[in-house]
Design a protein around this ligand. Structure first.
Ligand code: AHR
Length: 634
């Protein structure tokens, strides 16, 4: 392999290697969003879904929050041996850990005046065949007006499938309860409406350049009424309305009856998270079309001449992110806690819409955004679809519309990843740039997040890197999955309520992201560009220079089942440039089907080895079979 150090090439965009977040697989409610109570505002269509009620409980619907009007009234059960209360099952259980603190909060009032009391408990319903209380607190409700009450619960025992229980402890005095919430105190950055710390940390550890949200199909909705509507996701959480999740129904014929979006994790939280993990925010908005699978449905399309409210949503979103505090939406951002702009630079419009109905709707969005915000870069979308069908007419349309980037998706088998090393070598350099916005190798075998899939993703990604001048963003997808509630796999990070595991694909993403360098550098094998094409022994590779670290970084994926000798030569080094050593980071395992699991999270993790550089500018090593290595020449 020859690295042409005297031909420093295109800059690697800071947006390279990022995150695609979608509320699929219980990624938001039940996942990253640390709320532990399901259906906290009694707004699910079955209002008591997730709740057990006992004694005298009534559902009311004239509560203090206009968009979430339901609440419960707890009254005298009528007999000293009866109790009134409610109990929540959480998401796959209310899981709590010994010694940790949990913030319970509730909006409450005593409708008849005076004062009453409730007892809040974390319970284990399965402890030695009976329900045991692990911690409890009493709260005095002392007002006829709605007020928020908060207590900290600190259990001494860890329970995975626990519950939250609330009793009316002064039965003669009725109380009303609304927005019943429980969060760990120790969330990411300590935010009260916060995120699970381990999951947010896993995102930060990827050093993502771009953070795309809120999806995927979520953006489109199963039908247009259930699309992700960002304006409903900002402002006080208590008044964010419930939305049905696109993945409530999934294919083939699976149904997740309790899968809704509380919108507790809304656009403000997404922007803030982007900022805190150091990535550029990339919101994607609905183009006036519902999810592709419903294209023939009458509820799926907004007529082109009725698109104005949707276009206005896009303009208002930019104002929400960037407007000063004298603007309507900028003021809301400030009120929510962030007076400084979020400095939004990109916006996506539409997702996986491949027909002409997409192009005709995208056009007025582009015109309106360009007219008001000429600096915002707009991302359109293109194929291929999940069967691998490419939509050749779409790129020319994106070029005609002057989209800045085009979002391509690849959920494809091993053969596809092995054949696409050179995919971008011949893309038009003058047209829109590429956002490889969703991709993952979908193995044809039984395993899903197995090592071989990750290795082939690494092979493919060398092609993204070599084409740094045209590929500006790339995000693996989907990001998250709860082991007890997934709809789609593979996924990058899996978790249960207590722990999470980073897959081999995660480590591939991290190796690229942490070592993306600042400029691509040409790399040849036997005088030909390395692309992984036939005749290159299953080797895929790319090289970058990192001017900040002053090192050359060569990434090699050996997808063959043979060890291969690699002679890496740094051609054209200036006299003053002395390579002082090589460090290799390697991801490898003999069992291609093996995967990291919650039980064995560290089966496949990168290892690091240092070598002395024996001869200046020329180094020989052996790359093991089915191995991905990142070589640093310092
Ligand atoms: O990532 C899962 C889904 O795959 C996304 O929602 C959609 O864009 C694609 O079909």
């Amino acid at each position: 392999l020859v690295v042409q150090t005297n031909k420093i090439g295109a800059p690697v965009q800071p947006t390279m290697y990022g995150l695609f977040f979608e509320d699929i697989n219980y990624a938001a409610d039940g996942g990253l969003y640390a709320e532990m109570i399901k259906n906290r505002s009694f707004e699910f269509p079955e209002n008591f879904m997730g709740w057990e009620i006992f004694g005298h409980v009534d559902l009311k619907n004239d509560g203090p929050f206009e968009r979430n009007p339901h609440y419960v009234r707890l009254s005298n059960p009528g007999h000293p041996h009866k109790w009134t209360g409610v109990e929540n099952e959480g998401f796959f259980g209310v899981s709590f850990k010994a010694g940790e603190e949990y913030r319970f909060s509730v909006w409450a009032r005593v409708p008849d005046g005076g004062s009453s009391k409730i007892r809040v408990e974390l319970v284990d319903t399965k402890a030695m065949g009976e329900t045991q209380t692990m911690t409890q607190q009493e709260i005095t409700i002392d007002s006829k007006e709605w007020k928020k009450y908060t207590v900290i619960l600190k259990p001494e025992t860890s329970v995975t499938k626990g519950k939250l229980r609330i009793f009316l402890s002064k039965p003669e005095h009725t109380v009303d309860l609304e927005h019943i919430s429980l969060f760990p105190v120790d969330t990411w950055k300590g935010h009260e409406n916060g995120m699970r710390k381990d999951l947010a940390q896993a995102l930060a550890d990827l050093k993502p350049g771009i953070f795309r949200f809120p999806g995927g199909c979520i953006v489109e909705g199963t039908d247009i009424d259930t699309r992700y509507d960002w304006k409903k996701t900002v402002g006080p959480v208590e008044n964010r309305p419930l939305n049905e999740n696109r993945w409530h129904y999934t294919f083939p014929h699976r149904f997740f009856p309790d899968y809704f979006q509380s919108y507790g994790l809304g656009f403000y939280e997404f922007f803030l998270l982007s900022e805190e993990i150091g990535s550029e925010p990339l919101p994607v908005l609905n183009v006036g079309l519902a999810c592709q699978y419903q294209n023939d449905d009458m509820h799926a399309h907004i007529a082109v001449d009725s698109l104005q409210p949707y276009i206005q949503d896009a303009l208002d979103l930019i104002e929400f992110a960037n407007g000063d505090t004298s603007t309507k939406w900028g003021a809301l951002r400030a009120e929510m806690g962030h007076p400084a702009p979020f400095n939004l630079k990109f916006i996506g419009v539409g997702n996986e819409q491949w027909g002409p109905e997409y192009v005709e709707r995208l056009e007025p969005f582009i015109k309106a955004i360009r007219a008001k915000y000429p600096d915002i870069k707009i991302i359109g979308s293109s194929g291929p679809n999940s069967e691998g069908k490419e939509f050749d007419y779409l790129w020319p349309e994106m070029t005609r519309l002057k989209a800045d980037l085009v979002d391509e998706h690849f959920y494809r088998p091993e053969s596809w990843f092995l054949s696409q090393g050179a995919r971008y070598d011949n893309y038009d350099r003058k047209g829109p740039k590429v956002f490889a916005g969703e991709y993952a190798c979908h193995g044809r075998g039984k395993k899903y997040n197995h090592y071989n899939a990750a290795l082939l993703e690494a092979a493919f990604m060398t092609g993204l890197e070599r084409n740094a001048d045209v590929v500006h963003m790339a995000t693996y997808a989907p990001l998250f999955a709860h082991v007890e509630g997934w709809q789609w796999r593979p996924d990058m990070i899996w978790y249960d309520n207590n722990n999470s595991v980073r897959t081999a694909s995660y480590y591939v993403q991290q190796l690229f992201s942490e070592n993306k360098g600042t400029n691509v550098v040409p790399l040849t094998m036997d005088k030909k560009n390395v692309t992984g094409a036939e005749g290159q022994n299953g080797l895929f590779a790319s090289a970058v220079y990192d001017k900040d670290r002053n090192e050359y970084i060569v990434k090699v994926a050996n997808t063959s089942s043979e060890p291969q000798e690699l002679n890496i030569k740094l051609a054209g080094l200036k006299k003053k440039d002395v390579i002082t050593g090589v460090t290799a980071q390697t991801l490898s395992t003999k069992d291609l089907d093996s995967e990291n699991t919650l039980e064995e999270p560290n089966k496949i993790v990168p290892s690091m080895k240092k070598f002395a550089m024996e001869e200046k500018a020329d180094w020989t090593t052996v790359i093991e079979p089915n191995t991905f290595s990142v070589y640093h020449f310092k």
